[in-house]
Design a protein around this ligand. Structure first.
Ligand code: HEC
Length: 203
């Protein structure tokens, strides 16, 4: 089917711009090719048709044209360029052959085209969505990086701790420097005191 679409695409695109005329032309050609109309043997829509029933040597026989609305394009094309028993030879141009094929398979081709368009639209939509997600993710990353690199402000930390644990006291959160609150046993308090007084006096 892909192969057929490829072959018929120019015709199809042309047909889309003037769909009715093209369809009418193809229908006309089918019913009035330079010779006897195809419908007489293959049916109005190429569905196949029994043309005549007859008795031959006491056996009932029929003359029928097969369904030609379900062929691959290559087979259709080849048939119209070959000698077929009981079928007139038409000498149609390639354009005429594809027009006939288009007439016989218009519904299928239109459906296939619509499906293709729908699939392409869906693909485009998905790609756009993916792009949006990617962009959103990038923005988020940038924001997070900014957040992390922002200098930690004591107020902010306190704020956060307060939010996280309302019962927690600010004093608990701010860890007091150990050197001051828990003096080492080895430090001579008197000496420190003396040092401090001297420093004060020196001013
Ligand atoms: C006088 C009757 C008759 C007419 C008119 C006729 N055909 Fe046929 N066609 C046949 C017969 C008989 C066969 C061979 C048996 C079969 O496949 O039906 C055949 C075979 C074919 C095949 C091959 C089918 C296959 O399965 O491979 C195609 C395609 C075809 N015809 C197309 C056309 C087209 C298009 C037209 C009009 C331009 C046309 N025919 C006009 C009788 C006719």
């Amino acid at each position: 089917m892909k192969y057929i679409l490829f072959l018929l695409l120019p015709l199809f695109l042309y047909a889309q711009s003037s769909f009715i005329t093209q369809e009418e032309y193809a229908a006309q050609l089918y019913k009035n090719p330079r010779g006897i109309g195809c419908q007489h043997c293959h049916g109005d829509k190429g569905e196949g048709r029994v043309v005549a029933k007859y008795i031959h040597k006491k056996v009932e026989k029929s003359f029928a044209g097969s369904a030609i609305n379900n062929l691959e394009y290559a087979a259709f094309y080849k048939a119209l360029n070959s000698r077929i028993d009981s079928m007139p030879r038409y000498f149609l141009t390639p354009k005429e052959i594809s027009a006939l094929y288009f007439y016989l398979n218009a519904d299928k081709l239109k459906k296939a085209q619509a499906l293709k368009e729908a699939q392409e639209a869906q693909k485009a939509k998905e790609a756009q969505k993916a792009e949006e997600i990617k962009r959103a993710q990038n923005t988020k990353n940038v924001q997070e990086t900014k957040k992390v690199s922002e200098p930690l402000k004591v107020e902010k930390v306190l704020e956060k701790s307060k939010e996280e644990n309302k019962t927690q006291k600010v004093e608990d959160v701010v860890e007091e420097p150990k050197e001051i609150t828990k003096p080492d046993e080895t430090i001579d308090i008197n000496a420190l005191f003396k040092e401090a007084t001297e420093a004060k006096n020196a001013k």
